[in-house]
Design a protein. Structure first.
Lengths: 282, 509
């Protein structure tokens, strides 16, 4: 009995630690006080103010654009890489696996700094121009996410019965059809989690963004500002912008809604009656 | 060249992986509607052959003809051949119905159409949903799974998955169905059931089945034709009855069914000598030819010993196992074992008379490559006894890195002592490693030359000792039959292999 109570308390404590800060944040998004943690009366004002703040909106747009584009590119390259590696010879396989492992454990600052040095070098000697732009930023984020995509797709391939691809060929599928109709559905969960992981990594990345960004996207001729660089720039001069509280609340709620919608959809699909197109019902 | 009605023909097929030939000189014609089984131990090339027929591997040499057309280089998805894979390879993201429908949805069939100029042209179209549904339902009915079409693959038992795999293959109405050890993952009872069902399916569908297995019983039960393979080569092709009754060599005999296999020598017209006894037989081989003899356990007749006749072959019952319908006895005849199946109960230790009907002695030609003595043993002086005569031999070769200590025990690298006294070994001596002399020497084994055969540039000479053991040697000189000779074997030329595990001989301190 005592054991049970302690177990319960433990679980609730952990949940509290995880979600209390978020709940506090949500509460404080309804007050205008500049100093964090001060309550100056209930108001919705931060929300309209958020949407009127051009700098934050621009940064948000940039962040989302960079996250989506880089996640798409990283997912595509990472998946192809994982499939290619899986079907390649043992030595190549080992080599590639080793190198991707290194980039996962590698400190982000090392990636960021080495990319910068390389871009400066290329700009000076190859392109004879300043090359920092959206493209260098994109490359940075793709490099960051790529090994994670590879790592989430690989186990799905390993779980797959290797003769499944051959079975598809045997049943009349061309190699490309076999890949899209059999191998792809099998590794899709891995690809999706790789994609989501890439988005998350890109969304809150600061170091690589700060080192590799140039002009472009919504920032026009100025340096691309993302949420993380914007907050960093603002708190250098003063307090955290009050609108950020409203923004982070919205982001959290969006994520929660997303998760709920997905699980509802899954449940529904599982319970749905199957439709056999050619069936003539008696 | 090909048989009539031949659906698939493999001609001189060879497959090399890296430096090793996995399949060598494979020639086989398979008749339409036949149930053919490739039988052999793992690594004998049977699966590789199947994969070449399916199109997953391309032969290094040779051709594969389907209905007379060369399909050697045609990819698997263009062959009218379907496979049931060893671990089924079902698609887990699809349910039972969609797994079975997979091939049909990709299939295109020709149909006639009138174009705008009024000409009839042939075009390809996909099957309609109605056509697919009809075929899937029929295939699921054949494998008895029509109730489970909505189930996910992961919720099915092994036997059910097996049926899905079969349905998925036969629904495409292939000309040939390949089955790669399809029952390997099932338990014994399920396997027996599926064997009968597969056989029944084969009868109903009329499709040619090519079946791969290492289970000889499965092969015997199901096949019209069995192809026995060893090290990538065909050993024998025949009906189950032929292969069981008339194995072409000791390997086939050993692989199919239980058998007693002995080294034997032809000692007269239709007379063969093994177990130190001359038997009448029905096969006529040249006199003094070394042969292998196979006797099935059920063909050995046991009777009471007749005290008066000394000519009878007798043995002592060593072990007895009750097998339901019969008893299985192992009878020791000298150092040889004879396995016998007999319905009458006898006691261990009884002396029985052994008889074998001439037609039940299957004699097979043997290529002599070395003198092999399967009933040699080691005496207490670490000498090897061949034909009851002690030869000096290097017994340390039995255990790599070992040596003999002063007490005569074999000492391994790890310091363990082994007492090899009375250990049964197989001794092998090359045909060129015997020393033969016509000068009498009491310290040597003597024998009589019984046969010499001229083999182009040398003679192959056979010496028989008093104990009826034969020594064959190759020589450039002529020897005369009936001469008495003395045999020596250099110590380092005797190759020894221990029968059974060396752990049996560990010396306990």
């Amino acid at each position: 009995m005592v054991k049970k109570i302690f177990g319960q308390i433990y679980i609730w404590l952990i949940l509290l630690l995880m979600y209390l800060p978020v709940l506090v944040l949500i509460a404080f998004s309804f007050t205008e006080a500049t100093n964090v943690g001060e309550w100056s009366g209930f108001t919705f004002d931060l929300y309209p103010a958020l949407f009127q703040d051009d700098a934050i909106m621009r940064a948000l747009g940039n962040t989302i654009l960079v996250a989506f584009i880089s996640a798409l590119v990283a997912t595509l390259l990472g998946t192809l890489g994982a499939v290619g590696t899986f079907y390649s010879k043992k030595r190549t396989k080992k080599l590639i696996e080793g190198t991707t492992q290194i980039s996962i454990v590698n400190a982000e600052i090392v990636i960021a700094f080495s990319l910068t040095v390389m871009f400066v070098f290329l700009g000076t000697y190859v392109f004879k121009d300043y090359i920092f732009s959206f493209w260098t930023l994109l490359i940075g984020h793709v490099v960051l996410a790529l090994p994670f995509v590879y790592t989430s797709v690989k186990p799905k391939l390993q779980q797959m019965d290797p003769s499944m691809y051959e079975a598809a060929l045997d049943l009349g599928a061309k190699p490309s059809t076999a890949l899209t109709k059999v191998v792809l559905p099998e590794i899709l969960p891995g690809i999706l989690s790789g994609f989501l992981l890439s988005i998350t990594l890109s969304l809150d990345d600061f170091i690589i963004t700060a080192f590799t960004r140039g002009s472009g996207l919504l920032s026009g001729a100025g340096k691309i500002e993302t949420l993380s660089t914007l907050v960093q720039a603002k708190i250098k001069k003063g307090p955290i912008p009050v609108e950020m509280r409203a923004l982070t609340t919205i982001i959290f709620l969006l994520v929660v809604t997303g998760v709920i919608v997905i699980s509802i959809y899954r449940n529904k699909k599982e319970n749905a009656a199957k439709v056999r197109k050619g069936r003539v019902n008696a | 060249m090909a048989k009539e009605n031949c659906i698939i023909s493999l001609q001189g097929v060879r497959k090399v992986f890296g430096n090793t030939a996995v399949v060598e000189d494979f020639n086989l014609d398979i008749t339409k509607g036949e149930f053919v089984t490739f039988l052999g131990p793992s690594g004998c090339g049977k699966t590789t052959t199947l994969r070449m027929i399916a199109g997953f591997e391309t032969p290094t040499e040779g051709k594969i003809l389907l209905n007379g057309e060369d399909i050697t280089k045609i990819p698997p998805y263009k062959r009218p051949i379907n496979t049931v894979f060893q671990r089924y390879a079902l698609f887990p993201h699809l349910d039972v119905y969609d797994n079975v429908a997979f091939g049909l949805k990709l299939k295109k069939i020709p149909y006639e159409k009138t174009d705008k100029n009024g000409n009839k042209i042939t075009k390809l179209r996909h099957l309609t949903n109605e056509e697919i549904d009809k075929k899937v339902a029929k295939a699921l009915k054949v494998v008895d799974l029509d109730e489970l079409e909505n189930r996910d693959i992961s919720t099915l038992s092994g036997g059910q998955q097996q049926r899905v795999a079969i349905a998925r293959a036969i629904v495409n109405e292939p000309e040939i169905l390949l089955l790669d050890e399809p029952l390997g993952a099932l338990d014994l009872k399920m396997r027996k059931e599926m064997q009968l069902e597969l056989k029944e399916m084969h009868r109903k569908l009329g499709i040619t089945f090519i079946y791969v297995t290492h289970d000889q019983e499965e092969a015997l039960t199901m096949s019209d034709t069995i192809v026995i393979m060893k090290n990538g080569e065909i050993q024998q092709v025949g009906t189950p009855i032929d292969i069981y009754n008339e194995p072409v060599n000791a390997y086939v005999a050993d692989f199919i069914g239980e058998s007693n296999i002995y080294n034997a020598t032809m000692v007269g017209k239709k007379q063969v000598r093994f177990l130190n006894h001359a038997f009448d037989c029905v096969d006529d081989f040249p006199l003094n030819e070394k042969v292998d003899v196979v006797v099935r356990p059920e063909d050995v007749i046991l009777t009471k010993v007749n005290a008066e006749s000394k000519e009878d072959l007798c043995g002592r019952i060593d072990t007895k196992i009750f097998k339901g319908v019969h008893y299985e006895y192992v009878i020791m005849v000298g150092k040889n074992e004879v396995t016998v199946q007999d319905t009458k109960e006898r006691n261990i230790g009884d002396i029985v008379k052994i008889e074998i009907e001439p037609e039940n002695i299957q004699i097979m030609k043997k290529e002599v490559t070395a003198n092999i003595y399967t009933d040699a043993w080691i005496n207490n002086k670490n000498q090897v006894m061949i034909s009851e005569f002690p030869f000096e031999a290097d017994v340390t070769q039995i255990l790599p890195g070992s040596q003999i200590d002063e007490e005569g025990y074999l000492v391994g690298k790890d310091g363990k002592k082994y007492d090899l006294n009375d250990a049964d070994v197989i001794a092998e001596v090359g045909l060129n490693d015997l020393g033969i002399s016509d000068i009498e020497d009491e310290k040597c084994l003597s024998g009589v030359i019984v046969d010499t055969v001229y083999k182009g540039d040398h003679y192959q000479v056979m010496v028989r000792t008093e104990q009826d053991e034969e020594f064959i040697f190759e020589t450039a000189y002529t020897w005369n039959v009936n001469d008495i000779v003395w045999i020596t074997i250099p110590k380092e030329k005797i190759k020894l292999t221990l029968k059974g595990d060396i752990k049996k001989y560990v010396k306990e301190d």
